[in-house]
Design a protein around this ligand. Sequence first.
Ligand SMILES: [Zn+2]
Length: 332
Amino acid sequence: MGATAYKGRFAPSPTGPLHAGSLVAALASWLDARAHGGKWLVRIEDVDTPRTVAGATERILQQLDACGLVSDGAVVRQSTRSALYQSALDRLIAAHSAYPCCCSRKDIASALEHQGRPRHRHGELVYPGTCRQGLPPGCTPATTPCAWRLRMNDLEPNQPPALVDIDNTATNTIANSTIHWNDRRLGAQLQDVQAEVGDFVLKRADGCFTYQLAVVVDDAAQGITHVVRGVDLADNTARQILLQRTLGLPTPQYLHTPLVLGANGEKLSKQNGAQALDTSSPQAALAALAEAARRLDLPTGTATDSVAEALATWVPAWQARCQQWASRLSAP
Ligand SMILES: [Zn+2]
């Protein structure tokens, strides 16, 4: 196999403008692409249409632009790509790897209680497999709004996953539903998806495709080789690798950046009222970028009033960080 050209992406959800936390992920993914001589794409993750805020996409793109972070290709919007997601789901359904489910959250909670199983992980409900053998009597996809779930127990154990053939520091293996994967910064990770999540939802009963399915389909369709994103999304990686494996798609390399905490010690997010970044002037954009660079432990002492110059000085610094992470992880 020949070398695969590096392709990275930044994929914000347009639930509001960029804040200090999302700029860290944007800057890290951009620097990683530049440090590898690769391409950097912006993808708008507006697959969850009820949560999309009008005008947020335009605002985010304008903020990125002010920070000198410009997509190397057309900006892709998930809301226009339902046909792709449906075709991936249809493939899974045809392979009996997806099944309809009409359980409400209440049904799932009471099934778990009945089985004497405790709630897992931040109170998230592990799906107990109620509809895996078929929908309950009187419930059909034609008459009841059904979600579609991935059937996990059909996976063959110990199959080598498809890997991208660039800087292959990752050894991703799957034994049953346990996914082992390597984060370029955090090192070896694992999750038993069956035990901790259960057969997860690919398409919701309201017709929205889920983040997991859309991301996996888009990363493959766009040829993404490297995913750099906030560590709050690290928890999704095992599910995404499982889904890539089931769909026969390559697995990119993953790097999760540190979280930015607010004054209250909680993760900065649009949901807890993080302030929109001020990028109204070049000075404001530069200050926002310098703050993001500081969060990534990059040198910020260089006196410059140019966004482009600041970005250029951080590329070699990021390259050095990448080498540190790689040598630390390969050390015995
Ligand atoms: Zn169900």
